[in-house]
Design a protein around this ligand. Structure first.
Ligand SMILES: [Zn+2]
Length: 109
């Protein structure tokens, strides 16, 4: 999922506040780039080789711009919470009458 500009700001502010200047463990570079989308590695049992889709762990990623080493952070701990879509109220009677209208049309045709 692409990160919004608001989420990118939250992430960069959080990293700057909590981590300050970070050096890459692999090459020592101090310049990073925020990857523009979040990801979700899922649970996997190495013994049974089964996947556990409900055990996903959301993450945001920054990449060392010199060697490509990746660091992962939890968007939840950064305060980026899921937004649930609003539920639409459905009128079952209206839906039912539309279906019967369609059936009438197909019978007539
Ligand atoms: Zn590096």
């Amino acid at each position: 999922m692409n990160l919004s500009e608001e989420d990118k700001k939250i992430i960069l502010d959080w990293i700057n506040e909590k981590c300050g200047v970070m050096r890459c463990n692999c090459c020592g570079n101090a310049k990073w780039e925020l990857v523009g989308f979040s990801t979700l590695p899922i649970g996997y049992d190495v013994r049974s080789t089964r996947y556990f889709y409900a055990q996903g762990l959301p993450q945001v990623t920054i990449a060392c711009i010199n060697c490509g080493h990746l660091l992962f952070f939890s968007p939840t701990i950064m305060g980026i919470e899921p937004i649930q879509p609003e539920e639409k109220e459905t009128n079952i009677e209206e839906k039912g009458s539309k279906i019967s209208t369609d059936q009438t049309n197909s019978d007539a045709g």
